[in-house]
Design a protein around this ligand. Structure first.
Ligand SMILES: [Mn+2]
Length: 246
């Protein structure tokens, strides 16, 4: 796998266009152009789309410019890896065969330049979140997906859009974030004890990096408030803000 490896998550490309969304995408595409210039590899660590549900013959049109960007990157030999999140789990062969080089329906583990990576979107990791894990199991089950696919796409996307609009991007209390930090750090220490060097996690929108035991944990940020990315240069993993005017 070609270094540098870039990791971004929680971009939540929207189904609805707006001036803000346009400028968010332009900013993202500047980073993707940068990645392209380095000849490295790009990892999307979940929730790339605010909602993605693919049908055997249909894909959502709201992301056309992204598809184009991804295909251009692939043409230049940039490998695209996609760990699915809780907003974009429902991919089919357009995503797995056409757009991405590799799609991970579960956590990803890999070894590059002698370093071992554990990469996860991270939803369902919190020990107290039993209700969420049950919901996750349900909406990822083949039966649920089969059932949802029978809805007319306009209705399916309307439902998804209203759910997405209601509970989106709550700013968590500092107390909650601190609980999350402790919890994910414990998960990471476990992986480091088993020989992993780096853990990369999305979903919690923190944009923070921690050195623990013998390893490093990156909890990636979202692309609403402070866009950021993590990069592995072949030796070390670091986290950086990606500014609009950088
Ligand atoms: Mn998520």
């Amino acid at each position: 796998m070609k270094t540098p490896l870039y990791f971004i998550s929680d971009i939540h490309l929207k189904l609805q266009t707006s001036p803000e969304e346009k400028s968010r995408r332009e900013n993202l595409y500047r980073l993707l152009d940068h990645v392209r210039g380095t000849g490295g590899t790009c990892f999307f660590v979940g929730d790339l789309f605010d909602f993605y549900f693919e049908y055997p013959h249909l894909i959502p049109k709201a992301y056309t410019d992204f598809y184009q960007k991804a295909l251009d990157m692939k043409k230049d030999g940039i490998e695209l890896h996609y760990i699915l999140g809780n907003h974009d789990y429902w991919v089919q062969d357009f995503m797995t065969e056409e757009l991405m080089d590799k799609v991970y329906f579960d956590d990803a583990t890999l070894e590059v330049d002698g370093k071992k990576f554990y990469i996860t979107h991270g939803d369902g990791l919190l020990s107290w979140d039993h209700g969420y894990r049950m919901l996750q199991k349900t909406i990822r089950s083949p039966f649920f997906i089969w059932l949802f696919r029978w809805l007319h796409p306009t209705i399916a996307y309307k439902i998804a859009n209203s759910i997405s609009k209601s509970g989106r991007h709550p700013t968590h209390s500092e107390g909650f974030n601190e609980d999350v930090r402790i919890e994910i750090q414990n998960v990471a220490k476990n992986h480091f004890d088993k020989g992993f060097d780096f853990m990369i996690c999305g979903h919690y929108h923190l944009g923070e990096m921690f050195s623990l035991n013998e390893g490093k944990l990156a909890i990636l940020g979202d692309w609403f408030h402070r866009p950021s990315y993590a990069v592995f240069d072949g030796n070390d993993l670091t986290l950086h803000p990606w500014e609009h005017d950088a």
